[in-house]
Ligand binder design. Structure first.
Ligand code: GLY
Ligand code: MN
Ligand code: MN
Length: 467
């Protein structure tokens, strides 16, 4: 009777904590993650094992952590979004049970879950993620696996900055257990390279399920950009503009942003990874906004540069048009077969010629002074996604096309150009003979931006008490 009561209390407590209503219904399916694991196993060499760890938790302030962000590779292969987990994949079936995959997860714990949130646990990993062989992290130590018997082990870089922690089920102890079992003193280059090569070759090509996510994250980011274009005025602060993006992202169900937003006015727009976003007024300057949402793990990466007062000056317009032209020329070669580097070269070539024409540089080699970054990167679960940056473009890759020109004050050119920073960034789906601009919903032409700026935004009517 007592046992029955304890069991009842246990089940009651967990069902209370575990029940959660009104969750999104469009997460990637367990079949997607299962299929990705199969694709990974197909690329593993004979007699090999792969080991994938969750990302560490990181401190935000004393005893408060940042909201946890899953390791994109772990998420891609499992759908598991919690810390302190390890996934094992085997090329060949193992043991009497003939398993090819094992997942170690955080143990359910009513007290911890009341403090830090729900845990999927063993049963959840089986029912929701489709794993058959799942254990609690603390059981990894005693799990019988002879990593030394494999010809090849495949794993990612192992973090070395974790706090030593002797409890048996946190990431630190999972990593120690793996290193002990596998006899790893120093990471093996072949293991690291294989992990990168396999995950890159899978993740660089988006599946139909991923394309649904990518279209959504990019589309809603465009809506956010458009809303700021309408709402903006010289009195708005950089952080308020950032806040409008954040609000719109969340309105459409995004978890947040795929990277720290860059919202920089005038001189701040000339700092490539500006992140303070703390100018209290945009004034009559250009505002460069590089902001993209993260929707169910997938990041958009969209940049628009707009005049706060709704009208570009002649100089701003000239620089803007040159960046626009560079984008247009790059779009023309966005199709299967184009070497990745051609995209970067094309953008640089157009910008160099344009800067010479405007009298801002006299030698093409000086283009890097005002355009110091490359034009494109893969986009997906990571904003700078995995993929082969040396190879040709392939169907269903998604890349950014993001030329820019940044002319800080005191640059060696006429001062009429100073403090103009322009980047235009779009997210491009590569097709067999062409491309699709996924971020088409946000205007790029300066005429269209000026026209949109004349419209009113919902945010213009928001009134807050004065303090
Ligand atoms: N938002 C980062 C980048 O454009 O690469
Ligand atoms: Mn980018
Ligand atoms: Mn960007």
């Amino acid at each position: 009777m007592k046992q029955f009561f304890v069991l009842f209390a246990f089940l009651f407590t967990f069902s209370q904590i575990h029940s959660q209503e009104n969750l999104p219904t469009d997460y990637l399916s367990k079949e997607f993650h299962q299929e990705r694991r199969e694709a990974f196993r197909n690329l593993m060499p004979a007699n090999s094992a792969a080991v994938v760890f969750s990302y560490p938790e990181r401190v935000f302030s004393k005893d408060i952590n940042y909201n946890y962000h899953a390791n994109p590779d772990m998420y891609y292969l499992t759908g598991y979004k919690e810390p302190d987990a390890v996934l094992l994949l085997f090329k060949d079936p193992q043991g009497a049970e003939k398993y090819t995959e094992v997942l170690f997860v955080r143990e359910r714990n009513a007290n911890r879950e009341m403090w830090t949130g729900r845990r999927l646990g063993i049963e959840g990993a089986k029912s929701k993620l489709g794993f058959k062989t799942v254990y609690n992290g603390k059981d990894f130590k005693d799990f019988v696996v002879d990593f030394k018997k494999f010809d090849t082990l495949i794993y990612d870089k192992i973090p070395t900055d974790l706090e030593i922690n002797n409890s048996s089920d946190n990431l630190y102890s999972l990593l120690q257990t793996f290193k002990n079992k596998a006899g790893i003193i120093k990471e093996n280059e072949t293991s690291l390279n294989l992990f990168t090569n396999i995950t890159s070759s899978l993740r660089e090509i988006k599946t139909p399920e991923e394309l649904v996510m990518m279209r959504k994250t990019v589309k809603l980011s465009c809506i956010a950009h458009n809303e700021v274009m309408k709402a903006i005025g010289p009195d708005m602060s950089e952080n308020e503009a950032d806040g409008i993006h954040a609000y719109v992202h969340r309105h459409y169900g995004a978890e947040g942003e795929g990277y720290p937003p860059i919202v920089g006015a005038g001189a701040n727009g000339c700092i490539l990874h500006y992140g303070e976003n703390n100018a209290t007024k945009i004034d009559n300057q250009l505002l460069l906004m590089d902001v993209g949402s993260e929707y169910h793990g997938y990041s958009a990466d969209v940049t628009r540069t707009i005049p706060a007062n709704g009208k570009f000056t002649e100089e701003q317009k000239a620089i803007y048009q040159l960046v626009y032209d560079a984008q247009e020329e790059v779009f023309k070669i966005c199709k299967e077969g184009t070497p990745f580097q051609d995209v970067n070269n094309k953008a640089r070539e157009v910008i160099a010629a344009g800067l010479i024409k405007l009298g801002i540089i006299t030698d093409v080699r000086d283009v890097r002074t005002y355009y110091p970054h490359s034009c494109s990167h893969f986009l997906g679960l990571d904003v700078h996604d995995k993929g082969n940056y040396m190879g040709p473009l392939k169907e269903n890759m998604i890349i950014t096309v993001e030329p820019g020109i940044y002319i800080p004050a005191n640059s060696k050119c006429d001062k009429k150009w100073w403090n103009i920073g322009v980047r235009i960034e779009d997210d491009i789906l590569i097709k067999k003979d062409s491309y699709e601009n996924l971020s088409i919903d946000s205007p790029r032409k300066w005429q269209e931006i000026e026209a949109l700026a004349k419209q009113k935004s919902t945010f213009n009517d928001m009134k807050f008490p004065k303090i």
